[in-house]
Design a protein around this ligand. Structure first.
Ligand code: NCD
Length: 311
């Protein structure tokens, strides 16, 4: 396994299998009354978050704590970054305190890679702009694999705001690596430019017609409409978006009854996903959240437990 986790491309299929095997063991720890393992005792992990987060940050925090690491959270809003400090100065400052692992979320695509070139600590990308979110894709694939078995030959449909989605970019890479076939669906205005060449190289299919692809899906992944990244009008109204691309109650009926419904959260209920779908028996939204802890424990363990802390 490589030293950092910046992109799904850092991982081979064997690496992913190894991460999933360990995640399954970590999942068992999650169900114990005493949830501590000693693997990262004496190691320090900093969660450095320049963008808002609920589940990613807290699950990295829980994961680190259950492995007995000391975990410190820094968010840009309460730090000197809001006083104008540069990203480089912020990370060099926290690393000067003796940090072993740096989990970073930043609004700029490529930020995690850039940081990995400045510091000695292990760097884990927790979302860099519109680029990648590798641990999300890992927990998504892990969740699907637990529901469906091996993903080879399974058909996963990813729907929504593809242009702004790092979750989609990482998921296409991981799902294809694991042998799934992938169809991505979005309104024309939210289909990333250059997707034709990219889908050819990446071996996935694009569609503008959700109703046509849903019946054939073995799993569907709904993505949040990321209004905070939108500068103009990408669709005429929320209602029109829902009519064309929301997982509504009517569309739920098109889906195979055992096809898992995923959403990375946070959900815009009533916009990209109806309550009927979010709360359906086949929804795995909360399974994704608990898998997030297990998968992040596994990632921290594999990247950090073997490392010599004197490095
Ligand atoms: C995603 C993110 O931040 O990229 N959420 C998450 O990590 N659970 C997706 C989103 O914000 O829509």
């Amino acid at each position: 396994m490589r030293r950092h986790l910046l992109s799904i491309d850092d991982l081979t299929v064997d690496d992913i299998d190894t991460l999933f095997d360990t995640a399954a063991e970590m999942h068992d720890v999650q169900n114990r009354q005493v949830k501590k393992l000693p693997a990262l005792r004496g190691r320090t992990v900093i969660n450095l978050f320049f963008e808002d987060s609920t589940r990613t940050r807290s699950s990295f925090e829980i994961a680190g704590k259950w492995l007995s690491a000391d975990v410190i959270n820094i968010s840009a809003k309460g730090s000197s970054a809001s006083k104008g400090e540069s990203l480089r100065d912020t990370v060099l400052t926290v690393c000067a305190m003796g940090v072993d692992g740096l989990v970073i979320r930043h609004g700029a695509s490529g930020a995690a890679k850039q940081v990995s070139e400045w510091v000695d600590a292990v760097v884990i990308n927790a979302g860099d702009g519109m680029h990648e979110h590798p641990t999300q894709a890992l927990l998504d694939a892990y969740t699907l694999q637990r529901k469906l078995g091996p993903l080879e030959g399974r058909h996963v449909v990813i729907v929504g705001d593809l242009t702004h989605s790092r979750v989609f970019r990482s998921n296409v890479l991981s799902l294809r690596k694991l042998g799934a076939s992938v169809t991505v669906v979005a309104p024309p205005t939210l289909m990333p430019s250059g997707i034709d060449g990219w889908s050819k190289d990446g071996g996935f299919t694009t569609s503008y017609d959700l109703d046509a692809v849903l019946p054939d899906a073995d799993a569907v992944m709904m993505l949040r409409v990321q209004r905070e990244r939108m500068s103009g009008g990408y669709f005429p109204s929320a209602r029109e978006y829902t009519v064309g691309y929301g997982l509504t109650r009517d569309r739920l009926a098109l889906l195979k009854p055992d096809a898992p419904i995923c959403h990375p959260g946070p959900m815009n209920r009533g916009l990209e996903i109806a309550a009927d779908a979010a709360d359906a028996a086949q929804s795995v939204v909360l399974d994704q959240v608990s898998a997030g802890v297990a998968v992040r424990m596994s990632v921290l363990y594999h990247l950090m437990a073997g490392e010599d802390s004197s490095e």
